[in-house]
Ligand binder design. Structure first.
Ligand code: PBG
Ligand code: ZN
Length: 322
C-alpha cells in the first residue's frame, strides 16, 4: 500500500485545515520616509508605490493606512542636516523628531511608532558611525546613537530600532533610555544585518550611501551563519526586545536558525532591493504580484519570523491579500 499525502491536498478546505503556517495583518510593519517641506509626495524611482512624504502628507497617508489596518510603522528621516559628528541626529529639530511628535499628537496610541536609529543620513561621509582616521569608531558611535534613540523616545517613539551594527549599542541605548525614565520604550535590534547589495534602492531613497568605502567593517559578511547566532545572543543579553534579520528573502536559513536559538520575537526586513525585484518583474508582466508577494510572506513566517517589515504591506492590506 502506498502512502498518499495527496489526500490532505484534495480541496481548499482540507488544505486550509492542515496549513502549517498562518499569517495575519498584525504581523506587518510599514516603512515610511519623511522629508522637510509641505505638500510633498515624491515617488522613489526604484520602489514603485513608495514615496517621500512631508509631515502633513505623511499624517494623511497614515490616516488612510489605519483604515486598512496598518497600525505599526517604521519611520526614516530623509534629507537631514549632515555633519561629521552627526550631531543633528539627536537634535530636537530633526525632521524625524518633528514627525514623531506630529504623529503622536494626531494618533496617540492608535499607531505603534518605531523609528530607525542610525546616523548614516546625518553624516557628511554617509557611514553609520563616527569616523576616526577613516575607520568607523565603535564606542563614540554608540554614544551618538544612544542620544539619537533618547531623542526619539522623548518625542514619543514606542520602539527604537538601531540599524548601525556597532558593538554594544543595545546596552548603550537601554542604559541611556532607562536612566532618563524611558524604561518602557522597546528596542528592536537590527541584530543580524548583512552587508548587502539589496539595500541599493533604499540608499537612493534615504540619500545615505557612504561617500567612500563600504559598510563591511560593521555589517555582517553574508557568508557567515554561526556569527549570526553570536550577534543575536549578544543583543538579547544586552536587552533587545525583538531581534531582526535583514535582508530577508536570501536569508531564510538565518531566520530559521535564529528561531532555534532565541525565545524573543524575530522580525525580518524584506528590504528595498527585494521589493524592487518583485515590482520590476510584475511591471514586465513576468510574475503575478499577489501570488509572488504572498508566497514570499509565507516563506518569512514559515522560516520563523513573527514580524514582517515590508514595503508590500500597503498592497497586501489594501487589496485584501490576507
Ligand atoms: C540605514 C539603513 C539601511 C536600511 C535600513 N536602515 C541601509 C544601509 O544600511 O545601507 C536598508 C533598508 C532597505 O534596503 O529597505 N542604516
Ligand atoms: Zn546606517
Amino acid at each position: 500500500m502506498i502512502k498518499r499525502p495527496r489526500r490532505l491536498r484534495k480541496n481548499s478546505i482540507v488544505r486550509e485545515l492542515v496549513a502549517e503556517t498562518k499569517i495575519s495583518k498584525d504581523m506587518f510593519i510599514y516603512p515610511y520616509f519623511v522629508v522637510e517641506g509641505v505638500n510633498i509626495i515624491h515617488p522613489i524611482d526604484a520602489m514603485p508605490g513608495i514615496h517621500h512624504y512631508s509631515i502633513d502628507e505623511l499624517i494623511k497617508d497614515i490616516d488612510y493606512g489605519l483604515n486598512i489596518g496598518i497600525n505599526k510603522i517604521l519611520l526614516f528621516g530623509v534629507g537631514e542636516k549632515k555633519t561629521v559628528d552627526a550631531s543633528s541626529s539627536y537634535s530636537i529639530d530633526s525632521i524625524v523628531v518633528k514627525a514623531i511628535k506630529a504623529i503622536k499628537e494626531k494618533f496617540a496610541d492608535r499607531i505603534y511608532l518605531i523609528t530607525d536609529i542610525c546616523v548614516c543620513a546625518y553624516t557628511t561621509h554617509g557611514h553609520c558611525g563616527i569616523l576616526k582616521d577613516d575607520y568607523v569608531h565603535n564606542d563614540s558611535s554608540v554614544e551618538v546613537i544612544s542620544k539619537m534613540a533618547l531623542a526619539h523616545a522623548q518625542a514619543g517613539a514606542d520602539m527604537v530600532a538601531p540599524s548601525d551594527m556597532m558593538d554594544g549599542r543595545i546596552a548603550g541605548i537601554r542604559e541611556l533610555l532607562d536612566i532618563n525614565g524611558f524604561e518602557n520604550t522597546a528596542i528592536m535590534s537590527y541584530s543580524i544585518k548583512y552587508a548587502s547589495a539589496y539595500y541599493g534602492p533604499f540608499r537612493e531613497a534615504a540619500n545615505s550611501a557612504p561617500q567612500k568605502g563600504d559598510r563591511k567593517s560593521y555589517q555582517m559578511d553574508f557568508r557567515n551563519m554561526n556569527e549570526s547566532i553570536a550577534e543575536g545572543m549578544l543583543d538579547e543579553a544586552e536587552g533587545a526586545d525583538v531581534l531582526m534579520v535583514k535582508p530577508a528573502l536570501a536569508y531564510l536559513d538565518v531566520i530559521c536558525n535564529l528561531r532555534q536559538n532565541t525565545l524573543l520575537p524575530i522580525a525580518c526586513y524584506n528590504v528595498s532591493g527585494e521589493y524592487s525585484m518583485v515590482k520590476a518583474a510584475v511591471a514586465n508582466g513576468w510574475l503575478d504580484e499577489q501570488k509572488i508577494v504572498m508566497e514570499n510572506m509565507y516563506a518569512f513566517a514559515r522560516a520563523g519570523a513573527n514580524l514582517i517589515i515590508t514595503y508590500h504591506t500597503k498592497d497586501i492590506l489594501e487589496k485584501g491579500w490576507i
